[in-house]
Write a protein that binds this ligand. Sequence first.
Ligand SMILES: [Fe+2]
Ligand SMILES: [Fe+2]
Length: 376
Amino acid sequence: MQRHLPLSVPTQAEVFAVEPDRVQLSLRGLSHGPATIRCRDTEVEVVVDADAIVVDIGNLPASTEVTISVEPSDGSAFTLAARTSTPPPGELLSRFATMSDLHLGSYKFGLIFRAQEKPAPKVEHPMRCALAASREAVAWGAEHLLLKGDLTHHTTAVEWPMLDELVSTFAVPYSFTLGNHDRQPKKKGIPTEKGMANVGLDFQPVSSVDLDGIRLLLADTSIPDKGHGRTRDIVDEVCERMAATDLPVFVGLHHNLENLPLPWFWPPGVPQSQSRVFLDSVKAANPRLMISSGHSHRNRAYVRQGVLITEVGSPKDYPGVWAGYSVYEGGITQTVRRVAAPDALRWTDRTRKAVGGVWGMWAPGYRDQRCITHHW
Ligand SMILES: [Fe+2]
Ligand SMILES: [Fe+2]
């Protein structure tokens, strides 16, 4: 995995995600009408009826350079190139997916000039995007969904039923943890435990579930009425659960782990002093692990203190994503995929213009930090 500067250049057409057997294209600005997309023996016919579309190309061989031909109806054909990823050794054992930063109950996005749908739609974009992401993750093959916090926007009494409504549609089991937006009782909301109890959501600060070949562990890093996070309170139980299994462990957190004494971008995550202790502790408890957080609403990957850590963006703002994980005997792959449903993409693609257009450069990250093969 290469290290890059945090800014990337948004493109009109790109291979957004790669996997061992498929790629996902993100295409913007094609002329409306029928278009044909070809790659090796696969041909996909689409009808372009929006500014942005997302297209999946499957049945590809692993570890192979592929050229994708995009042929819109106006004759402006072009090609894209990519390399399908190399899976870890051994059998594919299980698949799961994560979503974070759903912010159910919000209806705007941006800093000063905030984008908003007018007239207000019947179903606001956070719910539309989360519904689409979960459906697409299950169709992709996820056997379990992990929700990594900021599930509600302001912890209000009307937002917890939205979460309950969302999870009631899931076709597979799910687990969830909380983010800073889920713990704002003084600012705008109601006590978190009360909000969850009102709709019968059962919550544990540290929870785990085992799939074939992996333990999925979620830990609550949120602090009531604070934006940053902490690991001090949960590290011991996390380590106990990691040491108690022979399986590798996927650790899901809401807050990113800071690596400098002061945060260099907003929003602040878990302070460096706690992050360092956490990383040393979890690696000692079970060296076969990876960690993934949300909170930053961006896609990044890095190795710190010998541990692979990823940050994955939100389904509801550009580029509008969820992450899929394939567990093999010898490791794990992460692929960050754009939510493809037109009613979600229509909104998420618009939000690339947020913060004076900076959001479109900051949030996506680079493909080799979204789509990763990690060996245990
Ligand atoms: Fe968030
Ligand atoms: Fe957050």
